[in-house]
Design a protein. Structure first.
Length: 324
């Protein structure tokens, strides 16, 4: 696709939003040395050019829940329909068609065991033209979640990053139980992470001060984080790859940490299954992917084998927008 070329200020704004998706425009403008109007105008343009969205994401691990990665092999004529059906579910993310159009992959965040089993053991097993289903529980995140790929573009100086970074998240303790008002806040923020307090108040019927306290608590405990959804292709990354690595158990942590430091990696986690690490990577071309596999992955001790698949089409990132 023809690429829209971002300038340094666009990249700074993208990284600023990754650091703190709810940072007011005047705060961002002050740190970047531009006007509020300039930041607002650039934000609106990025929404059009790279389909920028700032979304509130719930960290399932803080609630005692697990995230699963599903691989669904199907006949080619069923892939798009299956991916669309999964994308419309509120408990899925990163739904894509891979492997020459014969496989659909998605992340699933079931709220409870019953929901998980209903999908995995009943509904998908009875879906026509699905030839196999494999489900992999994510055991440990090396990169991803609150650490979005935009954190790696180094558009901001260290001082700018410090000025725009929110307070650190409290260490995880026991799983947190949410009440109805928390759930209502998270539901609104999942559609618009920058929703103003007045909009959040309207959906909870709580005083604005109470909404602000709840929002601050959800963020400080790590239950809520802000992530940035955008079209990677417009930033020059036409090739999106999924890597499944089989790694010697003694090398699992070292390989995971190494992947987290690679600028090509936007997500990496330890997982159940024959391949025990999964990673999502971004590349300008297939030649760059080859170089990455041969030079960087090939240099990692403990990697026994690797399976690679290209993403043909992303149906859903963090939220589903069928008109995109």
């Amino acid at each position: 696709m023809p690429h829209w070329a971002p300038d340094p200020l666009d990249l700074k704004l993208l990284q600023a939003l990754q650091l703190d998706g709810r940072a007011p425009f005047n705060r961002i403008a002050d740190v970047l040395g531009v006007s509020d109007q300039t930041v607002a105008r650039r934000f609106r343009r990025l929404r059009t050019t790279v389909q920028l969205r700032v979304l509130g994401i719930t960290d399932e691990s803080r609630l005692g829940r697990s995230t699963w990665l599903l691989r669904l092999r199907c006949t080619p004529d069923a892939a798009e329909q299956l991916a669309g059906a999964l994308a419309r579910r509120p408990d899925t993310a990163y739904v894509s068609v891979i492997s020459g159009g014969t496989e659909v992959m998605c992340a699933m965040k079931p709220r409870n065991r019953q929901t998980r089993d209903e999908l995995l053991l009943d509904r998908l097993q009875r879906t026509p033209r699905v030839t196999s289903v494999s489900a992999h529980c994510l055991l440990h995140h090396f990169y991803g979640g609150p650490l979005g790929w935009l954190s790696k573009i180094n558009a901001l100086s260290p001082d700018e990053q410090d000025a725009l970074s929110p307070p650190p998240v409290e260490p995880a303790t026991a799983p947190v139980v949410l009440d109805d008002a928390d759930e209502a806040l998270l539901a609104v923020l999942s559609r618009d992470g920058r929703a103003p307090l007045t909009a959040l108040q309207a959906h909870t019927s709580l005083p604005e001060s109470a909404v602000k306290r709840r929002l601050d608590r959800l963020r400080s405990t790590g239950i809520l984080y802000l992530d940035v959804q955008f079209d990677h292709g417009h930033l020059g990354h036409d090739v999106v790859a999924m890597l499944w690595l089989t790694v010697a158990p003694a090398s699992l942590a070292d390989v995971g940490r190494a992947l987290a430091g690679h600028p090509e990696v936007r997500f990496a986690a330890a997982t159940t299954g024959q391949a025990n690490i999964v990673a999502a990577t971004l590349h300008p071309s297939t030649g760059d992917l080859y170089t990455y596999l041969s030079d960087k992955i090939g240099a990692l001790d403990g990697v026994r084998s690797i399976e690679t698949a290209l993403t043909l089409r992303e149906i859903k990132q963090l939220t589903y927008e069928p008109a995109r």
